[in-house]
Design a protein around this ligand. Structure first.
Ligand SMILES: [Zn+2]
Length: 132
């Protein structure tokens, strides 16, 4: 077991665990999956029977590409094969958010709070009220 961060450093253990989890992600697919069962337009079809036998499943993979929604249909085999990567995309966001929080906590505890005061440059200048 290797320990690089100084012992007792707050959140070092948390950051290491998160980094390790991130390293295990070997694929991530963006977007969301919706599985639909549908009725068709034919009058005499099993999907109109009682009880109805719906068509499907239709597995829709929707994602945004440069602001446009792109939909693609997947087979059940494809969904099964790629489900871990869809799960990973969500997991990645979660891990990154947690790593940012842990890193901010590390920063805050390591740095003098007086040095973190924002400079005048980063503060938005207030406009006088009532001015034209
Ligand atoms: Zn039908």
């Amino acid at each position: 077991m290797t320990r690089r961060a100084p012992a007792g450093q707050p959140f070092a253990e948390t950051r290491r665990a998160l980094a390790q989890a991130l390293a295990e992600v070997d694929g991530a697919l963006p977007g969301s999956i919706v599985v639909r069962h549908m009725r068709c337009g034919k009058l005499r079809c099993a999907c109109k029977a009682d009880p109805p036998v719906l068509h499907g499943p239709y597995i829709q993979w929707t994602r945004s590409v440069r602001g446009k929604t792109v939909t693609r249909f997947l087979s059940e085999e494809q969904l099964e094969a790629y489900q871990p990567w869809f799960d990973n995309a969500r997991r990645l966001k979660d891990l990154v958010a947690k790593l940012e929080i842990a890193s901010l906590q590390s920063f805050e505890s390591a740095e003098d709070s007086t040095t973190t005061t924002p400079s005048g440059r980063s503060m938005p200048r207030r406009r006088p009220r009532g001015g034209a």
